[in-house]
Design a protein around this ligand. Structure first.
Ligand code: FAD
Length: 384
């Protein structure tokens, strides 16, 4: 009879966090198995969208600016090594309304971290981007080196590369680990067990379902609707380089140019209702479609009657304040929670994977902001 394979690490969840954790651990010679109930960056996963923004600005939260810098370097070297175009340097345009404090704070942090940016007042914005209406916008700045990652495709590529490095990937639904003390194996829904020394649960918005007692009230999955508007035929004003990715946090909207012909992407960053990621409807509501369409017409007058050409309904996997959750299970020292991307985690995949590998292999000092102890059961969103 063939001996059952024992792994150094079993990673449950092949979204962006699990994929990069597997990749970094394999790079360091670990025997890794990566498991996912539906497959890497599947349609229900937060990593399953077409595109995700990678920006350096984070207000005063320098920890995330540094993590984005580190991650962009790794995304780029991954693209170079695999010959895949997964990053579009569209630039990211920050817009401020009457209260420009967040934009000013962000520029201070960017300066300190030596991130290039270009400041523009209202008149300069109008000159540079005549296809946008800057009503109620006082000023802004552009991160010219930031842009957009092809999200689901990037995760699939990282998993593929991890497999080339020896990672075993399997489709499997892992059940909630039970019993006290160190974990020796996890059980799949078909009854099979998988043994490993360490277990990383990078289950995104499912973390609260897998660990209901500890995380059920600490991970807040929120419904988020995304719309793509068809651009006029033969019109390049809404594609890069004419139009950058942009965000106007005062209005809670962000968007990106027409990439790969999907249309102008736009979404409300406001947290939607609490949902179950397995069963929530993936059809957008007529009410939100109407609100977003009106906003598009106001901000992009040439798109006033543009049709919706594609939609996505996904979920954020929020912690109480938006800081990541990367910590050990309080009672099982070889079980790790890796998640809480909170609607901004995708870009950080490489740095999160690296952090996880250092926690497991080097016993590196943990970042207090990622700890379970700082995660509350009531939301006060502070990290954007
Ligand atoms: C609409 C939207 C827009 C966003 N925009 C941005 C952006 O512009 N920039 C940015 O940086 N971030 C953005 N984010 C956030 C980012 O996408 C997420 O933070 C990130 O993808 C989370 O990745 P993850 O690996 O933690 O979770 P997921 O991608 O959800 O992966 C978790 C995986 O675990 C698997 N799983 C769960 N339970 C089990 C189990 N019991 N057994 C086996 N498998 C299991 C699931 O199938 C899933 O594949 C956005 C998110 C959304 C929804």
């Amino acid at each position: 009879m063939a001996a059952t394979k024992t792994y150094d690490t079993a990673i449950i969840g092949a979204g962006v966090f699990g994929a990069w954790s597997a990749w970094h651990l394999a790079r360091r010679g670990q025997r890794v198995v990566l498991l996912d109930a539906y497959g890497p960056s599947n349609a229900r996963a937060s990593s399953g969208g077409e595109t995700r923004i990678i920006r350096m600005g984070y207000g005063t939260d320098e920890i995330y600016t540094r993590s984005s810098q580190r991650s962009l370097a790794q995304w780029k070297s991954f693209c170079a090594a695999t010959g895949q175009k997964l990053f579009f340097e569209t630039g990211v345009l920050w817009l401020a309304g009457e209260d420009d404090s967040r934009v000013r704070e962000t520029m201070v942090t960017l300066k300190r971290c030596e991130v290039p940016f270009e400041e523009m007042d209202h008149a300069a914005l109008e000159r540079r981007y005549p296809q946008i209406s800057f009503e109620r916008v006082s000023r802004g700045f552009l991160e010219p080196k930031s842009g957009v990652l092809l999200a689901r495709r990037a995760v699939a590529a990282v998993v593929e590369d991890a497999v080339k490095q020896g990672v075993d990937f399997r489709i499997a639904l892992i059940e909630q680990p039970r019993g006290a003390g160190r974990l020796t194996s996890v059980t799949c829904s078909n009854g099979e067990t998988i043994s490993a020394g360490q277990f990383v649960f990078s289950c995104g918005s499912w973390l609260g379902k897998v660990f209901p007692e500890i995380l059920g009230q600490r991970i807040f999955p929120s419904r988020q609707e995304v719309f793509f508007f068809g651009v006029p035929p033969g019109d390049a004003r809404f594609s890069p380089p004419a139009l950058p990715t942009w965000l106007f946090q005062e209005d809670e909207y962000y968007g990106m140019p027409d990439i790969e012909g999907r249309g102008l992407k736009i979404a409300l960053d406001h947290h939607g209702e609490r949902i179950d990621p397995d069963t929530q409807s993936r059809l957008p509501t007529a009410a939100e479609a109407e609100v977003v369409q009106k906003y598009v017409g106001k901000r992009f007058p040439a798109l006033r009657n543009a049709p919706v050409v594609e939609t996505r309904v996904c979920q954020y996997e929020n912690t109480s304040n938006g800081d990541f959750l990367i910590d050990r299970h309080p009672e099982k020292e070889n079980v790790w929670f890796v998640g809480g991307g909170s609607g901004h985690g995708f870009k950080h995949g490489p740095a999160v994977g690296e952090y996880v590998s250092r926690q497991i292999l080097d016993k590196a000092a943990p970042e207090p902001r990622y700890s379970l102890a700082t995660k509350e059961t009531v939301q006060h969103r502070a990290v954007y």
